[in-house]
Structure formats: C-alpha cells, structure tokens
Write a protein that binds this ligand. Structure first.
Ligand code: CO
Length: 213
C-alpha cells in the first residue's frame, strides 16, 4: 500500500495475475480464443466516471462490449475519437446495439449546471451549458438543485442519443437496412440500476419522429 492507502502498481499487477489465473481456470483457453477475434454485439458510450464500470454494470465479459468513454458521455460531431469508435463498431464489428449511458450524479453535468470553473474541461462540457440554457424554464420549475441536476443528466443522455442518430455512420447503417438499436439509458450511482429513458431507437423514421416529439 502507498501512503494514501490506495493500492500500488505492484498490487495491481498481482491482482491482474490472480484474475488471469482465475479466468483461465474457469474457462480454459479463454484468452487464446479471445486473442484471435472480438465479436461484440454492443457498443457502450458512457462517462469516464470511475463509479460506472461499463462491463460490470451490464454483466458482460471481455470481448462482449466495445467501449467509448469520455467526461459526461458526450457525442460531439467534431469529436474524431467518438466518431471513429462508432464507425468501427458499426461497420467493422457490426454491433447491433449502442447504449448511450449517462448517470445520475455526473460531475461534468453538475459543473455545467452551476457554471463551475473546472479548467480545460469547461470547453469539453460547453454543449451542456447550452443544453442547460435550452431547458432553463423546465429546470427552474423543479423543486431543488438535486432534481435539476438529475433532470439535466437525463436530458444529456437524450441529447447525446440524438447527436448519435445524426451521425453519417448511423444514418447510413439504417439506410442500408443494417440492424442497429440505440438505447438511451441512465445509471443510478445510489442503487446501481440502469434505466431506459425511451424505447430503443431502431430506424430513421423513428429517430425523426422522436426529434419532433
Ligand atoms: Co459523469
């Protein structure tokens, strides 16, 4: 242990070796098989928050979930990283589900709500400031700050799902009849539960209807 009681890198390496042994004992040949190919059916777009571990939350093993995470789970059309992950997931891995997973208690969303000074990350969460302003009347009508924060976390997931629908790669996949469902979901830090915010979005027609709802 280091002075602040967090595990040292040696601890992490020991943890890793123990984990690899355990997995290989339970499923002999697991790593050799996995090393040859990955064929996940799911792409996860979530927050970098350490309290929302993608695979664990949905009970998926290595090889079953393709993951992209950033602060406040944003899908920005100028973000080459997110777009490249999405394109690779849809066109090469041929995932059929994308979970856009936000979480209650998101610090990035809170900073946007309060206009906190957080340095460079302020630029990153700028779209959330705009989202906040767009929904100012709805947010102001809520009982307290906790309710406003929770609602903005939900609105964020819906907006990022909408941004995702607008990407060329998603539009093209639906146009050529590829099976692809977008699931706007939100995770609760206090109960560990993930909830669906809307039905899955599976077509351009449905996406358009949702945008005008
Ligand atoms: Co977060």
């Amino acid at each position: 242990m280091t002075s602040d009681d967090s595990p040292s890198i040696e601890n992490l390496l020991a943890n890793n070796a123990a984990w690899a042994r355990r997995v290989e004992t339970e499923k002999p040949g697991f790593f050799r098989t996995l090393a040859n190919q990955q064929a996940p059916h799911y792409l996860w777009i979530g927050c970098s928050d350490s309290r929302v571990p993608a695979n664990e939350v949905v009970g998926l093993a290595p090889g079953e979930l393709f993951v992209h995470r950033n602060v406040a789970n944003l899908v920005q059309l100028a973000d080459l990283n997110c777009l490249a992950v999405t394109q690779f997931a849809i066109e090469v891995l041929k995932v059929s589900h994308i979970l856009v997973c936000g979480h209650y208690g998101c610090s990035g969303v809170r900073a946007a709500l309060h206009g906190d000074r957080i340095g460079l990350a302020e630029h990153w969460i700028r779209p959330l400031r705009s989202l906040c302003e767009e929904h100012r009347a709805e947010l102001d009508a809520l009982a307290d700050d906790e309710a406003r924060h929770a609602r903005l976390c939900e609105l964020n997931v819906l907006r990022q799902s909408r941004n995702l629908m607008h990407t060329q790669v998603v539009q093209d996949s639906w146009a050529r009849g590829q099976q692809l469902a977008i699931h706007p979901v939100i995770y609760g830090l206090k109960d560990g539960l993930m909830r669906q915010l809307t039905d899955p979005i599976v077509s351009n027609e449905q996406a358009i209807a949702l945008l005008h709802a």
